[in-house]
Design a protein around this ligand. Sequence first.
Ligand code: ATP
Ligand code: MG
Length: 351
Amino acid sequence: MNQPLLSIKKAQKHFGSVRAIDGIDLDIQENEFFALLGASGSGKTTLLRMLAGFEVPDGGQIVLDGQDVSHIPPNKRAVNLMFQSYALFPHMSVFQNIAYGLEMEGLAKAQIKARVDEILEVIQLGDLARRKPDQLSGGQRQRVALARALVKRPRLLLLDEPLGALDKKLRGDMQLELKRIQHEFGITFIIVTHDQEEALVMADRVAILKDGKLLQSGTPREIYEQPGSRFAADFIGVMNFFPVQSSGGTLRAQDGSVIQADAIHMADGPGVAAVRPERLRLDGPGENSMTGTVTATAYHGLDLQVHLKTSAAPDTVVMRLTADAAEARPLSAGDTVTVNWAARDTRAFAD
Ligand SMILES: Nc1ncnc2c1ncn2[C@@H]1O[C@H](COP(=O)(O)OP(=O)(O)OP(=O)(O)O)[C@@H](O)[C@H]1O
Ligand SMILES: [Mg+2]
Protein backbone atom coordinates (compact mmCIF):
# COMPACT_ATOMS: atom_id res chain seq x y z
CA MET A 1 0.00 0.00 0.00
CA ASN A 2 1.10 3.59 -0.68
CA GLN A 3 2.20 5.90 2.06
CA PRO A 4 -1.01 6.98 3.79
CA LEU A 5 -2.09 10.60 3.34
CA LEU A 6 -2.55 10.85 7.09
CA SER A 7 -1.03 8.90 9.97
CA ILE A 8 -2.26 9.47 13.48
CA LYS A 9 0.35 7.98 15.79
CA LYS A 10 -0.37 7.35 19.47
CA ALA A 11 -2.18 10.68 19.60
CA GLN A 12 -3.20 12.00 23.00
CA LYS A 13 -5.04 15.06 24.21
CA HIS A 14 -5.98 15.84 27.79
CA PHE A 15 -8.16 18.65 29.08
CA GLY A 16 -7.32 18.76 32.79
CA SER A 17 -8.25 15.30 34.02
CA VAL A 18 -10.34 14.44 30.91
CA ARG A 19 -8.57 12.15 28.45
CA ALA A 20 -10.35 13.42 25.35
CA ILE A 21 -8.02 11.46 23.04
CA ASP A 22 -6.35 8.51 24.69
CA GLY A 23 -3.73 6.99 22.39
CA ILE A 24 -5.18 6.74 18.87
CA ASP A 25 -3.35 5.04 15.98
CA LEU A 26 -4.98 5.38 12.58
CA ASP A 27 -3.89 5.62 8.93
CA ILE A 28 -6.05 7.24 6.28
CA GLN A 29 -5.37 6.80 2.57
CA GLU A 30 -5.57 9.38 -0.17
CA ASN A 31 -9.11 9.72 -1.57
CA GLU A 32 -10.68 7.77 1.25
CA PHE A 33 -14.11 8.68 2.57
CA PHE A 34 -13.64 7.97 6.25
CA ALA A 35 -16.32 8.23 8.95
CA LEU A 36 -15.78 8.69 12.68
CA LEU A 37 -18.57 7.37 14.86
CA GLY A 38 -18.99 7.57 18.58
CA ALA A 39 -21.27 8.65 21.38
CA SER A 40 -21.36 12.25 22.55
CA GLY A 41 -18.12 13.11 24.34
CA SER A 42 -16.14 10.23 22.78
CA GLY A 43 -13.56 12.64 21.31
CA LYS A 44 -14.66 13.03 17.68
CA THR A 45 -14.48 16.81 17.51
CA THR A 46 -11.26 16.90 19.50
CA LEU A 47 -9.64 14.49 17.04
CA LEU A 48 -10.74 16.59 14.05
CA ARG A 49 -9.52 19.77 15.73
CA MET A 50 -6.16 18.11 16.26
CA LEU A 51 -5.98 17.09 12.59
CA ALA A 52 -6.84 20.65 11.55
CA GLY A 53 -4.29 22.17 13.92
CA PHE A 54 -6.65 23.86 16.40
CA GLU A 55 -5.42 21.55 19.17
CA VAL A 56 -1.83 20.49 19.69
CA PRO A 57 -1.55 16.85 20.79
CA ASP A 58 0.14 16.40 24.15
CA GLY A 59 1.45 13.02 23.07
CA GLY A 60 2.04 11.26 19.76
CA GLN A 61 2.11 12.68 16.25
CA ILE A 62 -0.07 13.80 13.36
CA VAL A 63 1.75 13.00 10.12
CA LEU A 64 0.41 14.46 6.86
CA ASP A 65 2.05 13.42 3.60
CA GLY A 66 5.02 12.09 5.53
CA GLN A 67 5.55 15.33 7.45
CA ASP A 68 4.95 15.70 11.21
CA VAL A 69 2.44 18.57 11.38
CA SER A 70 1.58 18.23 15.07
CA HIS A 71 2.86 21.73 15.80
CA ILE A 72 2.00 23.39 12.50
CA PRO A 73 -0.80 25.99 12.70
CA PRO A 74 -4.13 25.46 10.86
CA ASN A 75 -3.51 27.97 8.08
CA LYS A 76 -0.24 26.23 7.13
CA ARG A 77 -1.82 22.81 6.61
CA ALA A 78 -3.56 21.58 3.46
CA VAL A 79 -6.48 20.68 5.68
CA ASN A 80 -9.86 22.35 6.05
CA LEU A 81 -12.38 21.83 8.84
CA MET A 82 -16.09 22.43 8.43
CA PHE A 83 -17.18 23.10 11.97
CA GLN A 84 -19.94 21.29 13.84
CA SER A 85 -21.80 24.59 14.17
CA TYR A 86 -20.79 26.44 11.04
CA ALA A 87 -21.94 30.00 10.50
CA LEU A 88 -22.25 31.83 7.20
CA PHE A 89 -21.67 35.57 7.12
CA PRO A 90 -25.24 36.92 7.16
CA HIS A 91 -24.49 40.21 5.38
CA MET A 92 -22.67 38.50 2.49
CA SER A 93 -24.21 36.78 -0.52
CA VAL A 94 -23.70 33.11 -1.26
CA PHE A 95 -20.99 34.07 -3.74
CA GLN A 96 -19.19 36.32 -1.26
CA ASN A 97 -19.40 33.72 1.49
CA ILE A 98 -17.67 31.19 -0.71
CA ALA A 99 -15.16 33.69 -2.13
CA TYR A 100 -14.09 35.00 1.27
CA GLY A 101 -11.44 32.36 2.00
CA LEU A 102 -9.83 32.85 -1.42
CA GLU A 103 -9.76 36.63 -0.94
CA MET A 104 -7.93 36.07 2.34
CA GLU A 105 -5.38 34.03 0.39
CA GLY A 106 -4.91 37.03 -1.89
CA LEU A 107 -5.98 35.36 -5.13
CA ALA A 108 -6.69 37.54 -8.18
CA LYS A 109 -10.30 38.54 -8.74
CA ALA A 110 -10.76 36.64 -12.01
CA GLN A 111 -9.29 33.51 -10.49
CA ILE A 112 -11.60 33.76 -7.48
CA LYS A 113 -14.62 34.12 -9.75
CA ALA A 114 -13.64 31.06 -11.77
CA ARG A 115 -13.11 28.94 -8.66
CA VAL A 116 -16.37 30.04 -7.00
CA ASP A 117 -18.40 29.55 -10.18
CA GLU A 118 -17.00 26.05 -10.52
CA ILE A 119 -17.99 25.13 -6.98
CA LEU A 120 -21.43 26.71 -7.34
CA GLU A 121 -22.04 24.42 -10.25
CA VAL A 122 -20.95 21.35 -8.32
CA ILE A 123 -23.25 22.12 -5.38
CA GLN A 124 -25.96 23.18 -7.83
CA LEU A 125 -26.56 26.59 -6.32
CA GLY A 126 -25.48 28.76 -9.26
CA ASP A 127 -28.93 30.33 -9.49
CA LEU A 128 -28.81 31.45 -5.89
CA ALA A 129 -25.36 33.03 -5.91
CA ARG A 130 -26.68 36.49 -5.11
CA ARG A 131 -28.97 35.47 -2.26
CA LYS A 132 -28.16 36.10 1.39
CA PRO A 133 -28.03 33.16 3.82
CA ASP A 134 -31.40 34.05 5.42
CA GLN A 135 -33.02 33.62 1.99
CA LEU A 136 -31.90 29.97 1.79
CA SER A 137 -33.30 26.73 3.15
CA GLY A 138 -31.35 24.81 5.79
CA GLY A 139 -30.09 22.33 3.22
CA GLN A 140 -28.98 25.10 0.86
CA ARG A 141 -27.12 26.85 3.69
CA GLN A 142 -25.39 23.61 4.54
CA ARG A 143 -24.30 23.24 0.92
CA VAL A 144 -22.88 26.77 0.94
CA ALA A 145 -20.88 25.93 4.06
CA LEU A 146 -19.58 22.85 2.28
CA ALA A 147 -18.69 24.89 -0.81
CA ARG A 148 -16.78 27.34 1.37
CA ALA A 149 -14.71 24.47 2.71
CA LEU A 150 -14.22 22.85 -0.71
CA VAL A 151 -13.28 25.97 -2.64
CA LYS A 152 -9.89 26.10 -0.95
CA ARG A 153 -9.13 22.67 -2.43
CA PRO A 154 -7.72 21.09 0.70
CA ARG A 155 -5.97 17.73 0.46
CA LEU A 156 -8.00 16.69 3.45
CA LEU A 157 -11.47 17.94 4.32
CA LEU A 158 -12.76 17.40 7.84
CA LEU A 159 -16.51 17.58 8.29
CA ASP A 160 -18.00 17.69 11.78
CA GLU A 161 -21.65 16.59 11.62
CA PRO A 162 -22.13 18.29 8.23
CA LEU A 163 -25.69 17.05 7.82
CA GLY A 164 -26.77 17.53 11.42
CA ALA A 165 -29.27 20.30 10.70
CA LEU A 166 -31.16 18.49 7.95
CA ASP A 167 -34.38 16.49 8.02
CA LYS A 168 -34.33 12.82 7.10
CA LYS A 169 -35.21 13.11 3.40
CA LEU A 170 -32.79 15.94 2.69
CA ARG A 171 -30.15 14.15 4.70
CA GLY A 172 -30.46 11.11 2.47
CA ASP A 173 -30.12 13.26 -0.66
CA MET A 174 -27.11 15.09 0.75
CA GLN A 175 -25.39 11.82 1.71
CA LEU A 176 -25.33 10.86 -1.95
CA GLU A 177 -24.41 14.42 -2.93
CA LEU A 178 -21.42 14.38 -0.58
CA LYS A 179 -20.22 11.10 -2.06
CA ARG A 180 -20.53 12.53 -5.56
CA ILE A 181 -18.66 15.73 -4.63
CA GLN A 182 -15.91 13.78 -2.89
CA HIS A 183 -15.50 11.61 -5.97
CA GLU A 184 -15.54 14.56 -8.35
CA PHE A 185 -12.91 16.55 -6.45
CA GLY A 186 -10.74 13.66 -5.38
CA ILE A 187 -10.41 15.08 -1.88
CA THR A 188 -9.94 12.87 1.17
CA PHE A 189 -12.89 13.23 3.54
CA ILE A 190 -13.08 12.54 7.24
CA ILE A 191 -16.61 12.98 8.43
CA VAL A 192 -18.00 12.86 11.95
CA THR A 193 -21.53 11.68 12.43
CA HIS A 194 -23.79 10.53 15.25
CA ASP A 195 -25.78 8.54 12.74
CA GLN A 196 -24.37 5.04 12.28
CA GLU A 197 -26.56 4.33 9.29
CA GLU A 198 -25.21 7.43 7.60
CA ALA A 199 -21.64 6.28 8.22
CA LEU A 200 -22.34 2.86 6.73
CA VAL A 201 -23.97 4.38 3.65
CA MET A 202 -21.32 6.98 2.87
CA ALA A 203 -17.94 5.81 4.03
CA ASP A 204 -15.25 3.56 2.56
CA ARG A 205 -14.13 2.91 6.12
CA VAL A 206 -15.61 3.59 9.52
CA ALA A 207 -14.01 3.93 12.96
CA ILE A 208 -15.78 3.74 16.29
CA LEU A 209 -14.44 5.94 19.08
CA LYS A 210 -15.18 5.33 22.72
CA ASP A 211 -13.83 7.38 25.63
CA GLY A 212 -11.06 8.80 23.44
CA LYS A 213 -9.94 5.37 22.21
CA LEU A 214 -10.29 3.76 18.81
CA LEU A 215 -12.44 0.71 19.43
CA GLN A 216 -12.54 -0.70 15.91
CA SER A 217 -12.11 0.39 12.31
CA GLY A 218 -12.94 -1.29 9.04
CA THR A 219 -15.20 -1.25 6.02
CA PRO A 220 -18.90 -0.76 6.74
CA ARG A 221 -19.42 -4.47 6.08
CA GLU A 222 -16.67 -5.51 8.49
CA ILE A 223 -17.96 -3.22 11.20
CA TYR A 224 -21.52 -4.44 10.77
CA GLU A 225 -20.84 -8.15 10.25
CA GLN A 226 -17.79 -8.59 12.47
CA PRO A 227 -18.08 -6.32 15.50
CA GLY A 228 -15.18 -7.05 17.85
CA SER A 229 -16.82 -6.06 21.11
CA ARG A 230 -20.19 -5.90 22.75
CA PHE A 231 -20.10 -2.11 22.53
CA ALA A 232 -19.48 -2.13 18.77
CA ALA A 233 -22.13 -4.81 18.26
CA ASP A 234 -24.65 -2.73 20.16
CA PHE A 235 -23.63 0.61 18.69
CA ILE A 236 -24.07 -0.31 15.03
CA GLY A 237 -27.48 -1.44 13.83
CA VAL A 238 -29.90 -3.64 15.74
CA MET A 239 -28.52 -6.67 17.58
CA ASN A 240 -30.13 -9.39 19.66
CA PHE A 241 -28.24 -10.32 22.81
CA PHE A 242 -28.71 -13.58 24.70
CA PRO A 243 -27.07 -13.67 28.12
CA VAL A 244 -24.82 -16.74 28.32
CA GLN A 245 -22.45 -18.51 30.65
CA SER A 246 -19.37 -19.80 28.90
CA SER A 247 -17.67 -22.90 30.24
CA GLY A 248 -14.86 -24.57 28.30
CA GLY A 249 -16.06 -22.76 25.18
CA THR A 250 -19.67 -23.99 25.51
CA LEU A 251 -22.20 -21.19 25.69
CA ARG A 252 -25.34 -21.84 27.71
CA ALA A 253 -28.31 -19.46 27.62
CA GLN A 254 -30.38 -18.62 30.70
CA ASP A 255 -32.90 -21.37 29.89
CA GLY A 256 -30.13 -23.97 29.70
CA SER A 257 -30.07 -24.27 25.90
CA VAL A 258 -26.68 -24.34 24.17
CA ILE A 259 -25.86 -21.57 21.70
CA GLN A 260 -23.22 -22.22 19.05
CA ALA A 261 -21.08 -19.30 17.93
CA ASP A 262 -18.19 -19.34 15.46
CA ALA A 263 -16.62 -16.15 16.83
CA ILE A 264 -16.04 -16.14 20.56
CA HIS A 265 -14.52 -12.94 21.95
CA MET A 266 -14.78 -13.91 25.61
CA ALA A 267 -13.19 -16.06 28.28
CA ASP A 268 -15.16 -18.47 30.47
CA GLY A 269 -17.76 -16.71 32.60
CA PRO A 270 -20.74 -14.47 31.91
CA GLY A 271 -21.26 -12.82 28.52
CA VAL A 272 -23.68 -12.49 25.66
CA ALA A 273 -24.28 -14.25 22.35
CA ALA A 274 -25.22 -11.81 19.62
CA VAL A 275 -27.09 -12.28 16.34
CA ARG A 276 -28.58 -9.77 13.88
CA PRO A 277 -32.36 -9.73 13.34
CA GLU A 278 -32.02 -10.53 9.62
CA ARG A 279 -30.04 -13.70 10.41
CA LEU A 280 -32.95 -15.31 12.26
CA ARG A 281 -35.05 -17.64 10.08
CA LEU A 282 -38.41 -19.30 10.57
CA ASP A 283 -37.94 -23.08 10.57
CA GLY A 284 -34.82 -22.59 8.47
CA PRO A 285 -31.40 -24.23 8.65
CA GLY A 286 -28.88 -23.33 11.34
CA GLU A 287 -27.23 -24.93 14.37
CA ASN A 288 -29.16 -22.72 16.79
CA SER A 289 -32.84 -22.87 17.51
CA MET A 290 -35.25 -21.26 19.91
CA THR A 291 -38.98 -21.21 20.47
CA GLY A 292 -40.78 -17.95 21.11
CA THR A 293 -44.13 -16.21 21.13
CA VAL A 294 -44.86 -13.37 18.74
CA THR A 295 -45.67 -10.22 20.71
CA ALA A 296 -45.88 -7.73 17.85
CA THR A 297 -45.28 -7.36 14.14
CA ALA A 298 -44.42 -4.15 12.31
CA TYR A 299 -44.56 -3.61 8.59
CA HIS A 300 -41.59 -1.70 7.11
CA GLY A 301 -42.26 -2.02 3.39
CA LEU A 302 -39.21 -4.04 2.40
CA ASP A 303 -39.42 -6.26 5.45
CA LEU A 304 -41.50 -7.25 8.41
CA GLN A 305 -40.19 -6.83 11.94
CA VAL A 306 -41.33 -9.50 14.33
CA HIS A 307 -40.93 -9.18 18.10
CA LEU A 308 -40.61 -12.38 20.07
CA LYS A 309 -40.70 -13.28 23.72
CA THR A 310 -38.56 -16.27 24.60
CA SER A 311 -37.22 -17.97 27.68
CA ALA A 312 -33.67 -17.67 26.24
CA ALA A 313 -33.48 -13.88 26.67
CA PRO A 314 -34.85 -11.26 29.07
CA ASP A 315 -35.31 -8.73 26.26
CA THR A 316 -37.54 -8.85 23.24
CA VAL A 317 -35.90 -10.71 20.36
CA VAL A 318 -36.23 -8.90 17.03
CA MET A 319 -36.47 -10.79 13.76
CA ARG A 320 -36.58 -9.23 10.28
CA LEU A 321 -38.34 -11.23 7.64
CA THR A 322 -38.20 -10.38 3.95
CA ALA A 323 -41.54 -9.50 2.39
CA ASP A 324 -41.54 -12.91 0.66
CA ALA A 325 -40.85 -14.86 3.84
CA ALA A 326 -43.54 -12.90 5.67
CA GLU A 327 -46.06 -13.59 2.92
CA ALA A 328 -45.27 -17.32 2.90
CA ARG A 329 -45.89 -17.53 6.63
CA PRO A 330 -48.31 -14.85 7.95
CA LEU A 331 -47.71 -14.19 11.64
CA SER A 332 -49.72 -12.45 14.30
CA ALA A 333 -49.35 -11.75 17.99
CA GLY A 334 -49.75 -14.85 20.13
CA ASP A 335 -48.36 -17.28 17.52
CA THR A 336 -45.69 -19.69 18.70
CA VAL A 337 -42.73 -19.99 16.33
CA THR A 338 -39.43 -21.81 16.13
CA VAL A 339 -36.54 -19.67 14.99
CA ASN A 340 -33.19 -20.91 13.67
CA TRP A 341 -29.90 -19.28 12.99
CA ALA A 342 -26.36 -20.29 12.08
CA ALA A 343 -23.29 -20.51 14.31
CA ARG A 344 -21.39 -18.50 11.73
CA ASP A 345 -23.81 -15.59 12.25
CA THR A 346 -23.34 -15.70 16.00
CA ARG A 347 -20.67 -13.92 18.04
CA ALA A 348 -20.04 -14.08 21.77
CA PHE A 349 -18.74 -11.17 23.87
CA ALA A 350 -17.80 -10.60 27.46
CA ASP A 351 -20.27 -8.48 29.41
N1 ATP B 1 -11.80 22.76 25.54
C1 ATP B 1 -12.14 21.77 26.35
N2 ATP B 1 -11.91 21.85 27.68
C2 ATP B 1 -12.23 20.82 28.50
N3 ATP B 1 -12.78 19.67 28.09
C3 ATP B 1 -13.03 19.54 26.80
C4 ATP B 1 -12.74 20.57 25.85
N4 ATP B 1 -13.10 20.13 24.62
C5 ATP B 1 -13.61 18.89 24.81
N5 ATP B 1 -13.57 18.53 26.10
C6 ATP B 1 -14.00 17.23 26.64
O1 ATP B 1 -13.38 16.21 25.89
C7 ATP B 1 -14.25 15.12 25.65
C8 ATP B 1 -14.40 14.91 24.16
O2 ATP B 1 -15.10 16.01 23.61
P1 ATP B 1 -15.46 16.12 22.07
O3 ATP B 1 -16.00 17.48 21.82
O4 ATP B 1 -14.27 15.71 21.29
O5 ATP B 1 -16.61 15.03 21.92
P2 ATP B 1 -17.50 14.62 20.65
O6 ATP B 1 -17.25 13.18 20.43
O7 ATP B 1 -17.24 15.55 19.54
O8 ATP B 1 -18.99 14.81 21.20
P3 ATP B 1 -20.33 15.35 20.46
O9 ATP B 1 -20.85 14.15 19.71
O10 ATP B 1 -21.22 15.69 21.60
O11 ATP B 1 -19.99 16.50 19.60
C9 ATP B 1 -15.54 15.49 26.38
O12 ATP B 1 -15.51 14.87 27.63
C10 ATP B 1 -15.48 16.98 26.48
O13 ATP B 1 -16.21 17.43 27.59
MG1 MG C 1 -18.43 16.98 18.55
